[in-house]
Write a protein that binds this ligand. Structure first.
Ligand SMILES: NC(=O)c1ccc[n+]([C@@H]2O[C@H](COP(=O)([O-])OP(=O)(O)OC[C@H]3O[C@@H](n4cnc5c(N)ncnc54)[C@H](O)[C@@H]3O)[C@@H](O)[C@H]2O)c1
Length: 247
């Protein structure tokens, strides 16, 4: 991965931040992109000259196009995208507003389309590349009170497969990563006692999945070691997706 250029969305915090640090540790160059520029800047500063912070709302086409242009202008090309930006709203279909539905779909699904649409020609220009979409286990099996999120992440998973098929002959690989519960700012609203009770009930392995463990999986999938891996869904969830767990 040395000197390869990766555009990492949601790079200012959580899994995106962990990916930026882990990719930089592999001597890749990273663009830390996200909606909150100050957070991206802090991560880029932590990494040093191999990182560039770019403000980018991934649900806005103009922002995505400009951010990718700036990436190529700064680093000379693009070799991969790690799309980790996302939101996780709560609500059943009768409870969420139409506006909140559209916002969730725009950020959690359409962003993946825009990044691929404007990123793939850049990857093709380098003879190939990698796209990793951070989806989530709720995109494989739904959960109560997560209608928009579950729908968007399911879409992102199958979008990843479609991209893998459509661009395989261009040497562009695309995979989805599905974390279960990861201890990141996304879950800040989760009361620790309720979280522990939830994990004890539903997660077979004890302990918390960390952002850096998700990033380690991303490093493998982005590396040449995964040269023949595309169109797949990788779960990291302490065993929740294995089946019905009766402790
Ligand atoms: N934490 C979990 O338990 C968990 C589980 C499954 C999937 N995920 C997914 O992992 C991804 C990363 O989440 P995280 O846990 O690191 O949470 P996080 O909140 O720390 O990171 C998400 C980042 O995305 C950014 N973001 C949100 N909307 C954006 C937009 N429109 N444009 C650009 N950036 C935007 C936020 O500013 C934030 O920095 C998300 O897609 C999330 O759905 C997380």
């Amino acid at each position: 991965m040395q000197d390869k250029v990766f555009f990492i969305t949601g790079g200012g915090s959580g899994i995106g931040r962990a990916c930026a640090l882990a990719f930089a540790a592999q001597r890749a160059r990273v663009v830390v992109a996200g909606r909150t520029f100050a957070k991206c800047q802090a991560v880029a500063h932590e990494i040093g000259p191999a990182a560039l912070a770019i403000a980018c709302d991934t649900s806005h086409s103009d922002d995505v196009q400009r951010a990718l242009e700036d990436t190529v202008a700064h680093f000379g090309g693009l070799d991969g995208i790690v799309h980790s930006a996302g939101i996780s709203p709560v609500g059943r279909v009768t409870e969420i507003s139409e506006a909140d539905w559209h916002t969730c779909l725009a950020i959690d699904l359409t962003s993946g389309f825009l990044l691929a649409k404007y990123g793939i020609p850049r990857l093709q220009a380098r003879g190939g590349g990698v796209i990793l979409n951070v989806a989530g286990t709720f995109g494989i099996r739904a959960a109560t009170g997560k209608a928009a999120y579950a729908a968007a992440k399911a879409g992102l998973i199958n979008l990843s497969r479609a991209i893998a098929l459509d661009y395989a002959r261009d040497n562009v690989r695309c995979n989805a990563i599905c974390p279960g519960y990861v201890d990141t700012p996304l879950n800040d609203g989760f009361d620790p006692a309720a979280r522990d009770a939830f994990l004890d009930r539903y997660q077979p392995l004890r302990g918390l999945v960390t952002a850096s463990e998700v990033a380690a999986l991303a490093v493998y999938l982005a590396s040449d070691a995964a040269r023949m891996v595309t169109g797949q869904v990788f779960v990291i969830d302490g065993g929740q997706q294995a089946g019905l767990f009766v402790p």
